[in-house]
Each structure stands twice: as structure tokens, then as C-alpha cells.
Design a protein around this ligand. Structure first.
Ligand SMILES: [Zn+2]
Length: 104
């Protein structure tokens, strides 16, 4: 199974990572990941997919992976805050985090 890939990623002033993903029913859906210490993170996200089925849509696992690449550390666990994330113009767009395949 392939991992959901963000269309764009942003960082906030607090070093949170925001992923913009294609929405389940069109449009975009956003998810925000925030480090809360000891390798744990807090996710903020709400969308139709999660709402209707009340389960974790694929972008939850996806943003955990991208945030761990961004932070260059493992993620030990996460809390999920079911709240919609709205794009903020103060966020800085960054290249989508990728593993550095060339690194030794
Ligand atoms: Zn969702």
C-alpha cells in the first residue's frame, strides 16, 4: 500500500508541520503535527473521511511519517485532536520532507 503524499507542506513558527492533502471528496484537507516531547506528537485534523467513518484516514499515518522525516527522529506515539485546520498565511512553505537517499 502506498503512502498518501501531501500536495504541499508548511512549517509554523513553533516547528509544527502542516500537510496539505487532496480531500476525500475534492478540495484539500489539512493536518497539523506538533511535537509534545519524548518523541510524542499531537495531530490536529478533521475531515469528511474521519468524520463519517470515525476512523483514521490515511493522511494520519502519512503525516506521522513525514513529520518523523522532518524532525529526523522516531515518533513514539500521538494524540489526535479532531479539529479542522485552516491555512494560515504566516506559515512558511517548505519542500515536502524526503529521506536523504544519498546520505551514508
Ligand atoms: Zn481525515
Amino acid at each position: 500500500m502506498s503512502r498518501a503524499k501531501p500536495i504541499a507542506t508548511f512549517v509554523t513558527r513553533n516547528n509544527e508541520l502542516v500537510g496539505v492533502y487532496p480531500g476525500f471528496l475534492g478540495g484539500n484537507t489539512l493536518i497539523k503535527a506538533k511535537s509534545i516531547g519524548n518523541g510524542a506528537i499531537e495531530l490536529t485534523h478533521k475531515c469528511m473521511c474521519c468524520n463519517v467513518y470515525y476512523h483514521q484516514c490515511p493522511i494520519i499515518q502519512s503525516i506521522i511519517w513525514y513529520y518523523s522525516v522532518y524532525l529526523k527522529q522516531g515518533i513514539s506515539g500521538f494524540n489526535w485532536v479532531q479539529k479542522k485546520v485552516v491555512l494560515n498565511l504566516e506559515w512558511e512553505q517548505i519542500p515536502i520532507p524526503a529521506l536523504d537517499e544519498g546520505a551514508v
